[in-house]
Every structure is written in C-alpha cells, then in structure tokens.
Design a protein around this ligand. Structure first.
Ligand code: PLP
Length: 414
C-alpha cells in the first residue's frame, strides 16, 4: 500500500504527465548519499540500478558536486556552440586520452549520439559511392527512441505504430559469425556496422570474441566504419573505461551518454580524426550539446574514473557479485544463467522477473528487469562492499523464495 505522500504523487503524475513509461515503480526519491537513496517518506534504499547506469559515481559524490557547484558559481551554465568552450575542449581531451586519438561532438542524450553517428556514417559512405548508405545492426539491439536510432534498433516492438521507419538498416543475428560474414561479403553498399558489445536492454548479451573479430577484420579491410554503442557500457561500467577495450579492437566511432555526465544529461560521439571532415559546418548541431555545466560534470566523472584504484575497485566488486551469484545459482534452478562484464550484470531467470523487482523494492533494494526475465544489476561503480552484501542478501532471499514457488508450481504441472 502506497503511503499518503506517495499516493498524492502517483495521482498527480497521472493527471499531469504522459503515461508513456507505464506504471512507475512505487517510490519517488528525494535524497541520495553514496549508493543509497531516500524516498518521499525518508525510507532508505540500496541502489543496484544507478538510474539505468547513469549515476555511476553514486549520489552526493563530492568531486562531481564540487565541479557542478563551481561551474554554477562562475555563472556560466550555457553560452551555445557559437563560442569556444573550454570545458568542452577539456572533456573531449579526457575522452581522447581514455579511448583513442580522435575528435568529439557533444549532444544531449544517447539516442542523439547515435543519430549523430548514423548521419556521419551515411555522409562517409555516400562520399565514396552514391548507394553506400546502409548500416548493419543486430537482433535484440537497442539504440534509442528518435527516428534514426529507433530504426537502427532491431526490435519490431520498438517500431510498432510509427509507420515507415528510416530505410537503410539491415538487421543481422547477434553473435552469428557466418551470417555477418555472408552479409559483409555480399553487399557492396554497407557504410557501417553498429553494435553494442554487451547488449543492455536486450538482456545483457555479451558479444563473442570471434564474432567481434570477424566484424572488425572485414570492416577494416573493406573501409566499412565500425560504430560501438557504448551508451550503457561506457565510462567504467564493464570494468574497463570502455567495453571495446576488452576486445583488442579500436572502433571508428564510439557513442556515449548515460554515465558520461554522472546524472547531468549529455551524450557524445568520439570518432577517429579523419571522420570529422564528414560532418562539416552546417550538417549537424544542437543548441544545448556540450554546454559548460554538462562538460564540467564530464570532466569530474572522467577524472574520477581515471584515478588509480577506481577501475580495479570496479573489478573487485564485480568478482564479488559474480561469486555470490554463482553460489546462489548452485542452490536453485531458478537462475538459468549469469552474464555480463564488470558491474553490468544479468541474471537470467526461469520466468518473468518483474514481480521480483517489485518485491525487492518493497524490501528497499532497487534492481531492474530487462528482456522479460533478466534481472539487471548496475550499481554505482563506487558502491561499498558492505552495501553490495546488504543488497545481495535481500536478492538471494528473494531468488530462493521465488525459485521455490516456481519449482512447486512446475512439480504440480508435471
Ligand atoms: N543505446 C543504448 C545501448 C542504450 O542502452 C540506450 C538507452 O538505454 C540508448 C542508446 C538511448 O539512450 P537515451 O535513452 O539517452 O536516448
């Protein structure tokens, strides 16, 4: 039962907001500290979700807050891309230093970063041949909700009801070496291949090494661009600064958002130097993209991630999560598989996981379910080990409880 305060919030939400997110989870947060959030009734929650992999430095992070406050105190939140912007330059330098030498273009969200990459790839391809504009993406991908990004997303349910989508996307089966080899060999008009190396919304599906190698070897040989969508995986989430660094490859274009601003909305593409020529003056832009405040946040986030022990700590935490999950899996057939890299973790259940998410919330643990039956854990990257154990104790109890109910039901059906 929702408290009186929450009931009022729910009713106002229904009255004043589009209901495009369906029924929201039953909480509204007013305060945050580290990896804990406090709701409208001052109840404390452990966060294993980070607002969909955004609040990667947790809540009330001193370095992030200091950077944002001092930018606001200087009185320059926004001036527009008509002017030079030193925070934007510094943020781009940090992206280059942590990935590969190249240039960045800042936007406002993940979908917009992918739109930018799609536009760049098309102009690149069409400069070579007037039919070379096709982009290959993969089944169960998710690239965003704007028209181009939605069309790149190979999930029919995302396109439903919108009429004709943007032409030029070819959907290939994820992790299928033979299929991608055949497609890249057959079609001379491919401008780019775009993929997530760990599909986040698709259910934490990790790309196989031989699949990635096939794509990169062929694309590099044929002058086809490689675009890695790092919107969910980037900025330390998978135990390296960028997920592509696990695969011994360098993409032509990276797309970033979510964790990049630690909660301040910002997206970016980062591309090899020569590619900036394909988006010359007048071809692309945004009023807000990369404003001073958002870039001050990026500088703070990347500076934290770059610190010596930050990433190694993510890996220590990740090992602990996986060890605990493996032990739970040994106790119940309710867990079908455990997948992921770093603190981007999927627990595939034998059935829909949404009731487990709801019950976890009532036990003051924030988790998420994606692709129907995959519990997704994406805690702040600097979560404390004690908070991990606190949350994992709740999760273990619930998995074993629902596992037992599930088995009893299955036994009755037999
Ligand atoms: N790409 C990936 C891999 C994502 O996970 C998402 C969002 O979940 C997006 C793109 C879209 O980002 P945004 O919601 O910021 O537009």
């Amino acid at each position: 039962m929702a408290s009186p305060k929450l009931t009022k919030i729910i009713n106002d939400d229904k009255e004043f907001l589009f209901q495009n997110y369906g029924e929201r989870l039953q909480a509204s947060f007013v305060k945050g500290d580290g990896s804990y959030l406090y709701d409208q009734d001052n109840k404390k929650y452990i966060d294993f979700f980070s607002g969909i992999a955004v609040s990667s430095l947790g809540y009330s992070n001193p370095a992030l807050h200091k950077a944002i406050h001092s930018q606001i105190d200087r009185g320059v939140i926004h001036t527009s891309n008509k002017f030079y912007n030193q925070e934007q330059i510094e943020a781009a330098k940090l992206i280059s230093n942590t990935s590969f030498p190249g240039k960045s273009l800042f936007v406002n969200s993940g979908a917009e970063a992918n739109e930018t990459a799609i536009k760049l790839a098309r102009r690149y391809g069409l400069s070579i041949n007037k039919k070379k504009f096709k982009i290959i993406t993969f089944t169960d991908s998710f690239h965003g909700r704007t028209f181009g990004a939605m069309s790149a997303t190979a999930q029919p349910k995302i396109h439903e009801g919108f009429g004709p989508i943007v032409p030029g996307f070819i959907y290939a089966p994820f992790n299928n070496v033979k299929a991608i080899r055949k497609l890249l060999k057959k079609d001379k008009h491919i401008a780019a291949v775009m993929l997530e190396l760990v599909q986040g919304e698709g259910g934490i599906n990790v790309a196989d090494g031989d699949f990635v190698k096939e794509i990169f070897d062929t694309c590099n040989q044929k002058g086809i661009l490689t675009i890695i969508d790092e919107i969910q995986t980037g900025i330390g989430r998978t135990g390296l600064t960028y997920v592509y660094q696990h695969f011994n490859i360098t993409p032509d274009i990276l797309t970033l958002a979510k964790g990049l601003g630690g909660g301040i909305p910002i997206g970016a593409i980062h591309a090899k130097n020569y590619l900036s020529e394909y988006l010359p003056a007048g071809t692309h832009g945004t009023t807000f993209g990369g404003n001073h405040l958002a870039c001050a946040a990026v500088i703070a986030v990347l500076s934290e991630i770059k610190k010596n022990t930050f990433i190694s700590n993510v890996n220590t935490l990740s090992d602990h999560f996986f060890e605990r999950l493996k032990k739970i899996k040994q106790k119940t057939g309710y867990i079908k598989s455990i997948r992921g890299l770093g603190l981007h973790i999927g627990i595939e259940l034998a059935e829909d996981g949404n009731k487990l998410v709801d019950e976890a919330l009532s036990e003051k643990l924030i988790i998420n379910c994606t692709a129907g039956n995959v519990i997704r854990l994406m805690p702040p990257l600097n979560i404390s080990m004690s908070a991990v154990d606190e949350g994992m104790n709740i999760l273990e109890k619930l998995i074993l409880k629902y596992g037992e109910i599930y088995e009893n039901t299955q036994n009755k059906l037999r």
